[in-house]
Design a protein around this ligand. Structure first.
Ligand SMILES: Cc1cc2nc3c(=O)[nH]c(=O)nc-3n(C[C@H](O)[C@H](O)[C@H](O)COP(=O)(O)O)c2cc1C
Length: 184
């Protein structure tokens, strides 16, 4: 039992520190992210549930600097990705199911939480417009039917955070809507 008399592990706020980690767009250039660590994140996240257990997701980890630079040019707000030691492309099945993007968002959040638990920082970037998704698919060597609409920059956070990292969204508000606006 925990201090408050509850069975251990039942306090959902224990997850808050991981969920509240802000997006990280600037990375420590001196710290590599081992390929095996990224594989461990996927090992955790692949157990995420999906509609009818379709698992409509595939992942490509990208290390080649030229490929990372090319990917970072495929979204208007993706420039910061060029400075990430590791990039994980997240592809969704082009299967027409209404649940697919929900499922892919869900597995991505599992990856983000696993990354936070490992001390990594990350930030998704959107690949758009649609022809850029096709270009990304070719760069990543994905088969037809897999759409890489998002890439995740991964790395250990920069020791000193620059204000206004390159490519950061300037007009995006900080913080979150209050609980009473979200839940009734
Ligand atoms: C689906 C999705 C797409 C995103 N695309 C971008 C992007 O293209 N560029 C970017 O800098 N941040 C992107 N972000 C990060 C959001 O801007 C960020 O999560 C949000 O502003 C909250 O930031 P905070 O956690 O630091 O408060 C994306 C986030 C999500 C969930």
């Amino acid at each position: 039992m925990s201090g408050a008399g509850r069975p251990a592990g039942t306090d959902p706020t224990a997850l808050a520190a991981l969920v509240r980690r802000p997006a990280v767009r600037a990375f420590d250039p001196g710290r590599e992210v081992p390929e095996a660590l990224v594989a461990r994140l996927i090992e955790v996240a692949r157990w995420t549930g999906s509609a009818r257990n379709r698992q409509p997701w595939r992942f490509v980890q990208v290390r080649d600097r030229a490929a990372i630079r090319r990917l970072s040019a495929l979204g208007a707000y993706a420039r910061f990705v060029a400075g990430a030691p590791a990039v994980l492309a997240i592809a969704s099945a082009d299967d027409g199911f209404a649940d697919t993007e929900f499922d892919v968002g869900r597995v991505t959040q599992s990856i983000v939480l696993a990354a936070a638990a490992a001390g990594l920082g990350c930030c998704p970037a959107t690949i758009f417009p649609e022809p850029n998704v096709e270009t990304a698919r070719a760069i990543l060597g994905l088969a037809d039917g897999w759409c890489p609409r998002h890439i995740l920059a991964l790395g250990y956070p920069a020791p000193v955070r620059p204000t206004g990292a390159p490519g950061a969204l300037p007009a995006v508000p900080r913080g979150r809507l209050p609980l009473d606006e979200l839940l009734r």
